[in-house]
Design a protein around this ligand. Structure first.
Ligand SMILES: [Zn+2]
Length: 480
């Protein structure tokens, strides 16, 4: 049964206190004030930015005064979400914390253990001078959950160290040591039109799984824009048609689930067009590599579109869509089964004069991203198109030699009798943003078991939060 008794211990006292202060993204002023006040109360120097970002400077404890400084980092904002029936105002009120002895969770809302547990660990370290540690620079960032705005804004010159421990991972026993950087690309390919007559059809693809364009790019999920290109190219081998429009997908960073094309066929080719399209539809459903049980492809006659791409432009559109790179490009040479570089054709659109293809390009190595940017650029320019890049952010690259990582691995192995899993993530983290600002950054991310983060079912495992606290303290002790 759930109960409201707080879990014993300083870390949990802070955790409950943090939960009582509303701190959704964009609403972190009160929690930022509270952390700054705690730090000052315990004699620590605080650097504060207008947005609420904080750096708290904590001296090394006795015997550690001259040890190398370490940065500890977590974010102070949380995702606010609640069940449909919940009428809590999460801007004004903190969450109601419950526990069942095994997990801590919130009544009808997100809990904010992502990343309140990091904040609780850091506040405890500020208060308790009996815990041995090197000089610490505690970085509390705001608005991680809405584009990592705090990490993007932080003046990293206020940090003297390049060793960083990020506490914002959600599976205990995993040390994350690299994340992907990314850049968005918009490719516009011009076409010429002509008036057509004949029959027009709308071909729509739907029911695909979709998914995250980074972490799920190697999961075998089908990109609807790419599937559309296969269909159009298959049919064009046997029968001529012209393209009126192609479109699909809504977000750069989601594998598209739905796409459609409107095409025009001369009336004499109608029957052939329909039968070849049907042939593709039945064969694709039998392809063993496609694990998409809800895939649907429908073809319906539609009203005359008037203008279409001319034959040459229609062929160019099909060629572009089929040949332009998409999906996993290279795998990591350092970490088994980890994608290094990928891109996702997230959005496809047609305007009056050009069609556009929007990509999210990711790589855990900056060279990989650069090479793919060049490849895409040369492809698009060869087709007389234009390409624009935006929202560039750096990768947190795997470091071949890392003393910090070695200490975390050795400490874990000593404490738990087996080594931790060392891995990377093919998506963006605050560490990536920070890697672009801290020269030669040496970082590791870990954290306790948190389930269903960002949903009202969010919960943190109490025993895991305790173990990670012991682990953090032992790591700090070993960083003499
Ligand atoms: Zn987080």
């Amino acid at each position: 049964m759930a109960n409201t008794d707080p879990i014993h211990g300083k870390v949990f006292e802070y955790f409950y206190k943090i939960a009582s202060i509303p701190h959704g993204s964009g609403n972190t002023r009160a929690l930022s004030d509270y952390c700054a006040l705690q730090a000052e109360k315990h004699g620590c120097r605080v650097y504060r930015e207008d947005n609420g970002n904080l750096i708290v400077y904590v001296d090394g404890t006795q015997g550690y005064e001259n040890s190398e400084t370490v940065i500890l980092q977590g974010h102070i904002d949380m995702v606010c979400d609640k069940t449909e029936s919940c009428d809590k105002d999460m801007v004004r009120d903190g969450v109601e914390v419950l526990n069942d002895g095994e997990y801590i969770f919130a009544k009808d809302t997100t809990l904010g253990s992502d990343d309140g547990i990091a904040v609780a660990y850091m506040l405890t370290l500020i208060e308790d001078r009996s815990i041995p540690h090197p000089p610490l620079e505690m970085l509390f960032t705001v608005d991680e959950e809405v584009g990592m705005l705090g990490a993007r804004a932080i003046d990293a010159k206020k940090l003297s160290s390049n060793k960083l421990i990020n506490i914002d991972s959600e599976v205990e026993g995993i040390l994350t040591v690299s994340c992907a950087g990314a850049i968005r690309a918009v490719c516009k390919i011009p076409f010429t039109t002509e008036n057509t007559n004949g029959s027009c059809y709308k071909i729509s693809i739907s029911g695909l799984k979709g998914g995250h364009s980074g972490t799920e790019i190697n999961s075998g999920r089908i990109n609807s824009n790419k599937l559309l290109s296969r269909l159009l190219n298959f049919v064009s081998q046997d029968v001529d048609f012209k393209i009126s429009s192609i479109s699909g997908g809504k977000k750069y960073n989601a594998i598209p689930k739905e796409s459609e094309a409107v095409v025009c066929v001369e009336d004499k080719n109608k029957e052939l067009f329909l039968s070849v399209t049907q042939k593709f539809i039945s064969s694709i459903k039998n392809e063993k590599v496609i694990n998409e049980p809800d895939l649907e492809i429908n073809i319906t006659q539609t009203s005359d579109t008037g203008k279409c791409m001319d034959s040459r432009s229609s062929r160019k559109a099909m060629f572009t869509l089929l040949q332009i790179p998409n999906g996993v490009q290279t795998m990591s040479p350092d970490i088994p089964n980890m994608v290094q570089t990928s891109l996702n054709l997230g959005i496809l659109e047609t305007s009056d004069e050009y069609f556009s293809l929007c990509f999210m390009i990711r790589s855990n190595a900056s060279a990989g991203k650069q090479a793919l940017v060049q490849k895409l650029k040369s492809f698009v320019e060869y087709l007389d198109g234009s390409i624009e890049f935006m929202s560039d952010y750096p990768a947190w690259e795997f470091k071949a030699e890392s003393n910090l990582r070695n200490t975390l691995i050795e400490t874990y192995t000593e404490m738990y009798g087996e080594p931790p899993v060392v891995t990377a993530i093919h998506a963006g983290l605050e560490c990536g943003i920070l890697a672009g600002k801290i020269p030669d950054m040496d970082a590791v991310s870990f954290g306790p078991n948190i389930l269903h983060a960002h949903t009202p079912q969010e919960k943190i495992e109490i025993a895991s939060a305790k173990r990670c606290w012991e682990y953090l303290k032992t790591v700090l002790k070993n960083l003499k």
